[in-house]
Design a protein around this ligand. Structure first.
Ligand SMILES: O=P(O)(O)OC[C@H]1O[C@H](OP(=O)(O)OP(=O)(O)O)[C@H](O)[C@@H]1O
Ligand SMILES: O=c1cc[nH]c(=O)[nH]1
Length: 166
């Protein structure tokens, strides 16, 4: 199985977001780490004026006692009140939906948004919770041992890779 090129999937996601009337006034929040890198690029390309937020869902995951804490330590940052706003969560890959459940739990500690929407670069199916994207750059079916990874190089360029995990 070959992965779609990052630029092609990104272009599709950008076009889907440009078509959303609720986006210009929304608060965009990226989920560390891949989702935040993606959100930084989208936030700039869409010219959003509300500052970008970030969520670190490590403590809100339902499996952190089993897999341990994620090695990244970047903090959650919610730059403006979430009350009475539309929040667009951004993540690189949507799979079981468990990261998104953690993200929404954490978000509700900060207030009550009018709505929460979801933008993902790739939806690989395999859902274990009732979560669906409102905008996506594409879908892909993969065997369960394969893992999609969003990489960022020293120049800040993003790319997609596939890892085998046994
Ligand atoms: O729908 P799910 O099954 O929860 O999977 C999706 C999550 O998995 C990856 O995060 P990971 O914890 O691997 O961190 P990363 O962003 O640093 O790669 C990805 O960035 C999503 O956040
Ligand atoms: O393939 C996958 C599945 C979950 N999370 C990822 O980042 N990639």
């Amino acid at each position: 199985m070959t992965l779609p090129d990052f630029d092609i999937a990104y272009g599709r996601l950008l076009a889907a977001l440009r078509a959303r009337p609720d986006l210009p006034d929304a608060l965009m929040i990226g989920i560390h780490s891949g989702g935040y890198w993606l959100a930084q690029k989208l936030h700039a390309d869409l010219g959003l004026t509300t500052p970008l937020g970030a969520l670190n869902v490590a403590f809100y995951r339902d499996d952190f006692d089993r897999i341990g804490l994620h090695p990244q330590t970047a903090p959650t940052q919610i730059p403006v009140p979430t009350d009475k706003r539309v929040v667009w969560l951004v993540d690189d890959v949507l799979n079981t939906g468990r990261t998104l459940r953690g993200a929404m739990n954490e978000l509700f500690d900060y207030g009550r948004p009018d709505a929460i929407r979801l933008a993902v670069l790739l939806d690989r199916g395999g859902r274990e919770l009732p979560v669906a994207p409102d905008a996506s750059g594409g879908t892909i079916e993969l065997p369960s041992h394969q893992h999609i990874k969003l990489q960022r190089n020293d120049a800040g360029n993003l790319s997609l890779t596939l890892e085998d995990r046994s």
